[in-house]
Design a protein around this ligand. Structure first.
Ligand code: ATP
Ligand code: MG
Length: 630
């Protein structure tokens, strides 16, 4: 690709090929990704192809059965066809071992979505190789989720306005969208977007390797999740594709370096686009910040290339953008070193320090007494947590409310209703009680131990939000400072408990305010648990000076204002009363589990967690700066 005809909304920045050194660094990237287990084996690949072939056959069988149900003759029903399309990361060629496959089932107009969720589901139920079958008919994009032959599959559905679906059918022609319902348009678009991305990338080999690198980096740094307000797979793919357009002859290493350089400085909310937005003749809504206030509010718009174009990143919030920017900065620094031979790719892929970065956390615990309900509850909370985060961002003292991208899930076999009740209140066995709180009923049978066959079970999920506070928060008449998150907390609890599937008998929700040293062991995954100091975060944990082991990335910790937290149990949420001091004078007499640990559990009392604190490690976190005006 070296002529004047270019892909993208602007000409390339450079047509130069990469240097021999850059090529060598790309080979190192490939080797590192292999060592990180990012590529599946030949056997796995073969299995995926077999699975896709079987599902394609099943789709044809489904169309046949549905056609008979709609009173077609046997021969006509047989000729109706039906086809599956793989899309998403599998289609892009960047899926890793164990990844799921996004598939679209395309059928003729007379086959309905109802048929899909009855006849197709029945056909799947009858297959031995199918398990974890979960139809989700009411989703934004209705989907059947399952494991087929050991491969996780998301199967979506679209009925096109044509009587038959031949095997040669392609979906790129916009005309196929005519007269489709909104669900089918969204479903078809998944496939159209993936195909357009591939079409708009000049060098697919470099694109794939660079995208694999960015996906692994984003996952390790806990910023890979559309639902939590970060970027999902397709958004990362579009960012990498745009860099490929700007450097059409560059190798993967150079594309990765360009990725960090470009998006660290990107003048958001200027949108990232792979081609100009098509207005189309079908009057479908396309992303348009001039016409729609909602689109104007998008903080990091990344626009899908297939008509009707939409913003794949509408969930990004002020906080998640802030964290993404901080990670881009870290990534840029490391990749600059890698490109000059001064660092290794593994440094880029170090795990996130999310649980060591903040001083304060909110822990959202949900529980259910049966697994099916819990799957639904989990999905609901996961999809709504960003609303809580948005409300928290509105609390004056909070600069960043950053959700963690995954939940910690457990199944407990309980001895008694009291055990279940304690879990409902958020007192999980994974969050050890202080040793001076003898409470034999709390210790339910350990997770998994004899959960099988137990009469009473509790399924739990804990979600976390890290909080970065401004230095100065308002002083009350008594001289104490107060952080009050009760209003957004209560609103979120109301949102969950007013959900139409909520069942107050079998479900529970509680929210705890935790200091960093009160976090349960499991979130550290065997890693050290000391807090990593960041640039100018509010307050501080125990003095590293005192421990004689300074791994701080802080610019001037002595200047920071300390906030001692005493959380007040409240019937309407969590209220924490921070009593302010300046650490200069206090010489880091800090809040810890002994002097102010009363993390409140909404409406249910409190749980205090004392945890052992091993020495801090040598590991740099991302740098968080307090922003005066966000
Ligand atoms: P992963 O490896 O995480 O599965 P992926 O590229 O397969 O990444 P998914 O999140 O599985 O991405 O989405 C599959 C497809 O669905 C995407 O390729 C895209 O076409 C569509 N899609 C998903 N999320 C969005 C979104 N936020 N906006 C627009 N399209 C989306
Ligand atoms: Mg996918």
């Amino acid at each position: 690709m070296s002529d004047s005809k270019h892909l993208g909304v602007t000409p390339p920045v450079s047509l130069n090929p990469s240097s021999a050194e850059e090529e060598a660094i790309s080979l190192e990237l490939l080797a590192t990704l292999e060592a990180e287990g990012q590529f599946e084996s030949a056997d796995e690949s073969r299995n995926r192809e077999i699975v896709l072939g079987k599902i394609d056959k099943l789709v044809k069988e489904f169309v046949y059965k549905a056609s008979l149900k709609h009173r077609m003759s046997e021969s006509l029903a047989r000729s109706c066809g039906g086809k599956i399309f793989a899309f998403g990361s599998f289609r892009l060629g960047v899926h890793n071992a164990g990844a799921d496959i996004d598939t679209l089932c395309v059928v003729p107009s007379h086959v309905t979505r109802d048929d899909f969720f009855t006849i197709m589901v029945d056909l799947l139920k009858n297959r031995n190789e199918v398990d974890e079958l979960t139809p989700v008919p009411n989703a934004y994009v209705p989907v059947i989720k399952m494991r087929f032959g050991g491969v996780e599959i998301d199967l979506t559905f679209a009925a096109l306005q044509q009587p038959t679906i031949p095997d040669e059918l392609e979906l790129l022609d916009t005309a196929i969208l005519r007269n489709l319902d909104e669900f089918s348009i969204r479903s078809v678009n998944g496939s159209r977007v993936t195909d357009e991305i591939l079409r708009l990338v000049p060098n697919v080999t470099s694109f794939r390797l660079a995208l694999r690198c960015i996906k692994l980096w984003a996952k390790r740094r806990a910023i890979y999740s559309n639902s939590m307000g970060f970027l999902g797979g397709v958004a990362w793919a579009m960012l990498v594709a745009r860099v490929c357009q700007l450097y059409p002859n560059a190798c993967a290493g150079s594309i990765v370096a360009g990725f960090f350089r470009i998006f660290l400085k990107w003048p958001w909310p200027k949108p990232v686009m792979l081609k100009s937005i098509e207005i189309g003749t079908m009057r479908l809504r396309v992303w348009n910040p001039t016409a729609y206030a909602g689109d104007r509010a998008h903080k990091m718009p990344i626009i899908t290339p297939a008509y009707p174009s939409m913003c794949a990143t509408h969930n990004v919030s002020q906080s998640t953008k802030y964290i993404i920017d901080a990670e881009l900065k870290r990534g840029d620094e490391i990749v600059t070193k890698i490109m000059s031979g001064k660092a290794k790719w593994t440094e880029l892929f170090e795990k996130s320090d999310f649980f060591r970065r903040y001083r304060y956390y909110l822990q959202v615990n949900v529980m259910s007494t049966d697994v099916e309900s819990h799957n639904l509850l989990h999905g609901f909370v996961e999809s709504r947590l960003r609303q809580y985060v948005a409300q928290l961002e509105g609390v004056g003292a909070i600069v960043v409310a950053c959700p963690y991208v995954k939940s910690y899930d457990h199944e407990y076999a309980c001895k008694s209703d009291e055990d279940i009740e304690r879990i409902r209140q958020g007192k999980l066995p994974t969050t050890p009680m202080p040793s001076d709180t003898p409470d034999p009923t709390t210790v339910v049978v350990k997770e998994g131990e004899s959960a099988e066959g137990a009469e009473k079970k509790a399924h739990t999920s804990a979600f976390y939000v890290g909080l970065l506070l401004i230095k100065e928060i308002g002083r009350e008449a008594n001289g104490k400072r107060r952080l009050d998150v009760s209003s957004p907390t209560q609103e979120f609890i109301n949102l969950v408990t007013q959900w139409d599937t909520w069942n107050s008998e079998g479900m529970g929700i509680s929210i705890s305010f935790l200091l960093q040293n009160q976090l349960p062991d499991e979130v550290f995954d065997g890693q050290p648990r000391d807090r990593v100091r960041s640039t100018t975060t509010s307050g501080s944990t125990k003095s590293k000076k005192r421990r004689g082991n300074d791994t701080s990335t802080t610019d001037n910790p002595a200047k920071r204002t300390k906030i001692a937290m005493t959380a007040v149990p409240s019937t309407s949420g969590v209220a924490a009363e921070p009593a302010a001091k300046t650490d200069e004078a206090e010489k880091e007499k800090d809040v810890n589990a002994e002097d102010a640990p009363k993390a409140a559990v909404v409406a249910t009392g409190f749980a205090a967690i004392a945890a052992p604190v091993p020495p801090p490690p040598k590991q740099a976190g991302i740098k968080l700066k307090l922003l005066n005006a966000l």
